[in-house]
Design a protein around this ligand. Structure first.
Ligand code: NJP
Length: 227
């Protein structure tokens, strides 16, 4: 059975990815940032191992990478993400918090991807995805604001578009995925869909990734999103 590594699996969309892939018979490496989250994620079942991984901490990434040396991965889901301060105001932009969001959402995803590339090269699936957001779309931005989250997801999109091009000769399919507005800690209780609907759709999109679809941006329903 194939093996998937998921970042930020303690709750929300990452947890549901772990649950659904385990249910489908995959071997699941569901990474979490805090030891407190380990029992919660382990409760999914024996197909799931739950190592610690803070994507913003280079040492944490290096330690897990070394521990997993020789393990082949078929699919990497860069899911870990931060929203950061909501609605930062012009004149009072919290630059430290902005750096933290970029460190996690952009550099964290790149760091994990490049560190685990040997593991992915050893696998048959050769698929890498990143959870982005429509909030990072220039074409879709008609309401302004949200400088921190929007810029982090726009940068993530640019990085993964390049990765799709650069890794295509090795047979990799790379995609950027928008989960919809989902009822999680980040999405809040008023969001439109639940994690089950979002992740069921996202798994279908991941299954259908062909070389021609690589480097493009889809939502959970398989609709292409304008950059
Ligand atoms: O988020 P949330 P979602 N290293 O806040 C982890 C995108 N998205 O499931 O804080 C490792 O419930 C965090 O760990 P911890 C969104 O941008 C969502 O809704 O320790 N992990 C937790 O497991 C994100 O990329 C919506 O418990 C780190 C997880 O990330 C993805 O979907 C809409 C970390 C966050 O759980 C999952 O979002 C959209 C780090 N440094 C895009 N920092 C939506 N929900 O509506 C955080 O457009 N985590």
């Amino acid at each position: 059975m194939p093996t998937v590594l998921i970042t930020g699996a303690s709750r929300g969309i990452g947890f549901e990815f772990a649950r659904q892939y385990a249910e489908a018979g995959w071997t699941v490496i569901a990474t979490v940032r805090s030891p407190d989250s380990i029992p919660v994620v382990e409760s999914i079942g024996h197909a799931v191992t739950v190592p610690l991984l803070d994507v913003a901490d280079p040492a944490s990434v290096a330690i897990l990478c070394e521990r997993m040396r020789g393990t082949a991965l078929d699919l990497l889901i860069n899911n870990a993400g931060l929203y950061g301060p909501r609605s930062p105001k012009i004149g009072d932009v919290p630059y430290m918090a902005w750096r933290e969001v970029l460190e996690t959402n952009v550099m964290g995803a790149m760091r994990v991807t490049e560190s685990f590339l040997p593991h992915l090269q050893a696998g048959a699936g050769k698929t890498i995805v990143a959870m982005t957001s429509k909030m990072g779309s220039m074409a879709d931005n008609s309401s302004g604001g949200q400088y921190i989250y929007r810029s982090s997801k726009a940068a993530l999109n640019a990085v993964f578009r390049s990765l799709a091009i650069d890794l295509a000769p090795q047979g990799f399919r790379v995609s950027i995925l928008h989960p919809g507005w989902v009822r999680t800690e980040m999405g809040g209780p008023r969001a439109l869909i639940d994690v089950h609907e979002s992740v069921t759709g996202l798994r279908r999109v991941i299954d259908g990734l062909t070389p021609e679809r690589s480097g493009r941006w889809y939502d959970y329903a398989g609709r292409e999103i304008p950059w």
